[in-house]
Design a protein around this ligand. Structure first.
Ligand code: 3BY
Ligand code: FES
Ligand code: FE
Length: 417
């Protein structure tokens, strides 16, 4: 929705009121969307996939972000590679969207052929003096953090991803996500700007009224509450929950499982937060009855009672539990649509119907994802309305949104907007 009378992006950034949601144009305008792609999806590290998306040599998957297309693949030495999906002859796309199994990358146009290492191995009719070695596929900066693939399209990637690497290496090790199996994959297109998606994900203010399935296992107290809004009984219950939460966290820490909250959300380039959350009820997993969906636990896990290691980035969120993990990645498609790609991971040897029931595994987050898509569409419709004006975030339940909006403005400014 291009507003032809638009003010410069910098005026929109200036007009943001602290503690309030963003001015409408930042959620709706095409020029802002292009700036967002440039700043948040090209110059920052983004979580785009998993090592286990490409478990075997020759597996490849295409990842499209704006006009950029990448290939995540596993080469003949079993190493992960990320290359541009752009032929070095006249630029044609090499692979179509989705997954493939390949022994070489052959361009459909004139059949230039690349090894899985990206090296150009065959380019007929180019003359004796043609140097194939300068025409390898362009590699992309990437990191595997415990099996989660982060890429950065900039030649100067932010260095403060080191803290994320350091913190998550130990926390993710027992889940062995590198060698997990993708048991299910769900793509949902939300009719909303990616920032509304992320704002929605950073609060659980909306949970009790909208996520009956998630609320069975999700303890949302960690997302804050206003004690004065609660009756004395509810307040007592909330305090008891907090006491139980901190006891359990101490217990996990004492057993050698890092659980405390670590976040980098202000004055930083790489935005993330992790903590080990309590699972309510039976305490095992985010399922309908909060018991494990897979009897074969992830990686080297031997306990089902280690809660939910939660990780947020600026465009993804993950839950790692004893029996399975749920990984959700947001990819902006336009100013008002965002692809949410969700994957459910289990132990690589877990067998459907024997070790896990697919419906039980996927029910809660399928429902939650669809419910969130409706909420985000509702929010987008509202911010596009001339009647919208930025509203106040709750200082109890929406502090993380204020941090996100503030970080957003700071990063835009840091990149010259
Ligand atoms: O699961 C999440 O990542 C977020 C956090 C709180 C609510 N929501 C579903
Ligand atoms: Fe790929 Fe010509 S564009 S071989
Ligand atoms: Fe939600």
């Amino acid at each position: 929705m291009l507003n032809t009378l638009a003010s410069p992006i910098s005026s929109l950034l200036d007009s943001r009121i602290k503690g309030h949601s963003l001015p409408a144009g930042l959620y709706t305008r095409e020029d802002v969307f292009q700036a967002d792609l440039d700043v948040f999806f090209s110059r920052h590290w983004i979580h785009v996939g998993l090592e286990c998306d490409v478990p075997e040599a020759g597996d490849a998957v295409v990842i499209d972000i704006g006009s950029t297309s990448l290939i995540l693949l596993r080469d003949d030495d079993n190493d992960i590679r990320v290359v541009r999906n752009v032929c070095r002859h006249r630029g044609a796309r090499l692979l179509d969207a989705g997954s493939s199994v390949i022994s070489k990358l052959v361009c459909p146009y004139h059949q230039w052929t690349y090894d899985l290492s990206g090296e150009l191995s065959y380019a007929p009719h180019m003359g004796k003096d043609f140097d194939k070695s300068c025409r390898r596929l362009k590699p992309v900066n990437f990191k595997s953090i415990g099996g989660l693939i982060y890429i950065c399209l900039s030649d100067n990637p932010p260095e403060d991803i080191k803290w994320l690497e350091e913190v998550m290496a130990g926390r993710l090790a027992p889940y062995d996500i590198r060698n997990a199996k993708v048991a299910h994959h769900l793509d949902v297109i939300e009719k909303g700007n990616w920032k509304l998606t992320m704002e929605n994900n950073r609060e659980c203010y909306h949970c009790s009224a909208n996520h009956p399935e998630l609320c069975v296992s999700f303890v949302d107290l960690d997302f804050g509450y206003d004690p004065d809004s609660l009756s004395p009984e509810d307040r007592e219950e909330a305090e008891a929950h907090f006491a139980m939460y901190s006891e359990r966290t101490k217990g996990w820490e004492a057993d050698g499982f890092p659980s405390s909250t670590v976040e980098q959300v202000r004055n930083c380039e790489t935005n993330f937060r992790t903590q080990r959350l309590i699972i309510a009820g039976a305490g095992e997993s985010q399922t309908e009855d909060s018991t494990a969906a897979s009897q074969k636990l992830l990686g080297t896990m031997t306990r089902k009672d280690l809660g939910d290691t939660h990780l947020w980035g600026h465009s993804s969120w993950c839950h790692f539990m004893g029996d399975h993990a749920v990984i959700s990645i947001a990819i902006p498609l336009s100013a008002d649509t965002t692809l949410i790609r969700t994957k459910w991971l289990v132990h690589k040897d877990a067998i459907e119907g024997v070790d896990y029931d697919l419906a039980k595994l996927t029910h809660v987050w399928t429902e939650t994802t669809n419910q969130d898509a409706e909420l985000v569409a509702r929010a987008q419709a509202g911010v596009q309305d001339p009647g919208y004006e930025p509203g106040p975030y709750s200082r109890f339940t929406e502090v993380a949104l204020d941090d996100f909006a503030t970080w957003y403005i700071e990063r835009m400014r840091a990149h010259g907007y």
